[in-house]
Design a protein around this ligand. Structure first.
Ligand code: FES
Ligand code: FES
Length: 152
C-alpha cells in the first residue's frame, strides 16, 4: 500500500509504484478534474500541485512520492471555486472546450503563489500548458486579474 496526502486527506492506495500519479488520482481516488492529454509531460493537462509546485502528474511514478508530500488537485484548490484564479477565470470566460483548463488553473495558481505580480513575459515563460482552443490571451488576462485581486 502507498500512502498519499491528497487535498488534505491521507489516502491509501494499492497500486504498482510505477503507476503515474495521474492514474491514481483519477482511477483510484475518483478525482477526475485532472485530465490526461499527452502522457509525456508536454501538454500540462494533468497538472497538480506537489508541495505547492505545479507538477505534471502523468509522468510522475506514485512510488516516488513521500506520504507527507502535499498533493493538491483542482478539487482541493479552494472551497466553492473561490480561489482568485478561479474567480478571474469565471469573470473573463477563459475556457473554450475546457479540457486543458484545470491544468491551466493549477499552473496559474502555483505561478502566483511563487510570484504574486508576474509580468506578461513571466507568465508566457512559466505557463507552458498547451491549449488547442487557443485561449492563451485570456489565460494571460485572467492571471493578471487574479494578481490584481492578490494585490488588493
Ligand atoms: S497529460 Fe501530462 S503533460 Fe500532457
Ligand atoms: S480550452 Fe480547449 S484545449 Fe484549452
Amino acid at each position: 500500500m502507498t500512502s498519499l496526502t491528497v487535498n488534505g486527506t491521507v489516502r491509501e492506495v494499492d497500486v504498482d509504484p510505477d503507476t503515474p500519479l495521474l492514474w491514481v488520482i483519477r482511477e483510484q481516488l475518483g478525482l477526475t478534474g485532472t485530465k490526461y492529454g499527452c502522457g509525456i509531460a508536454q501538454c500540462g493537462a494533468c497538472t497538480v500541485h506537489i508541495d505547492g509546485v505545479a507538477t505534471r502528474s502523468c509522468s510522475l511514478p506514485v512510488g516516488s512520492l513521500q506520504p507527507d508530500q502535499k498533493i493538491v488537485t483542482i478539487e482541493g484548490l479552494s472551497p466553492n471555486a473561490s480561489h482568485p484564479v478561479q474567480k478571474a477565470w469565471l469573470d473573463l470566460d477563459v475556457p473554450q472546450c475546457g479540457y486543458c483548463q484545470t491544468g491551466q488553473i493549477m499552473a496559474a495558481a502555483a505561478l502566483l503563489q511563487a510570484n504574486p505580480n508576474p509580468s506578461d513575459d513571466e507568465i508566457a515563460g512559466e505557463i507552458t500548458n498547451i491549449c488547442r482552443c487557443g485561449t492563451y490571451n485570456r489565460i494571460k488576462a485572467a492571471i493578471q486579474r487574479a494578481a490584481e485581486t492578490n494585490r488588493g
